[in-house]
Design a protein around this ligand. Structure first.
Ligand code: HEC
Length: 138
């Protein structure tokens, strides 16, 4: 429980820091997107597909079809960065019913890198997903 509170605070910290910096400098932004793309290809493409549309090679074996990640953002709306980060992290998501078919990435990234880096990895992944939205700028 306490761990969860710390994780939420850290995630908010990362987002606040980003907000406070206002206009993110384009180079740093591209750095996150690029890092996110690498992580995506390594960890996510098997299910969601290299193009993000949900038909990776492992998708057929799942009961639930992986989401099309290129349409998370609805036309005329902002990309829901925080919601996406929370979903990827997965450790604080309590599904209303059934089991979640998608792995809990928060655990994987924490094991690999520790809490602070984990938040940055998840942020990078979310920034990558933001970059591939088909409704971006509509
Ligand atoms: C084992 C297959 C699998 C892998 C690997 C996987 N996902 Fe998923 N993902 C799913 C499935 C199935 C869903 C459908 C929703 C659910 O599980 O509740 C989903 C849903 C999502 C959603 C929610 C989309 C929405 O519209 O709300 C996001 C975001 C997402 N995945 C991101 C990722 C990222 C980023 C990775 C890599 C770190 C990843 N997924 C790896 C199977 C997978």
């Amino acid at each position: 429980m306490r761990q969860n509170v710390v994780a939420v605070m850290m995630m908010c910290g990362v987002l606040l820091l980003k907000g406070a910096m206002g206009q993110e400098n384009g180079q740093e932004e591209r750095g996150y997107v690029e890092r996110g793309r690498e992580l995506y290809v390594r960890h996510c493409a098997a299910c969601h597909g290299v193009d993000g549309r949900g038909s990776g090679p492992a998708a057929a074996a799942l009961r639930k079809k992986p989401a099309d990640l290129t349409v998370i953002q609805k036309a005329g709306e902002e990309f829901p960065l925080y919601r996406v980060m929370t979903f990827i992290d997965g450790e604080r998501v309590v599904p209303a019913h059934g089991t979640r078919e998608m792995p809990i990435w928060g655990k994987v990234f924490r094991r690999a890198e520790g809490e602070a880096l984990k938040q940055l990895e998840i942020y990078a992944l979310a920034k990558y997903l933001e970059a591939i939205q088909r409704n971006r700028g509509r």
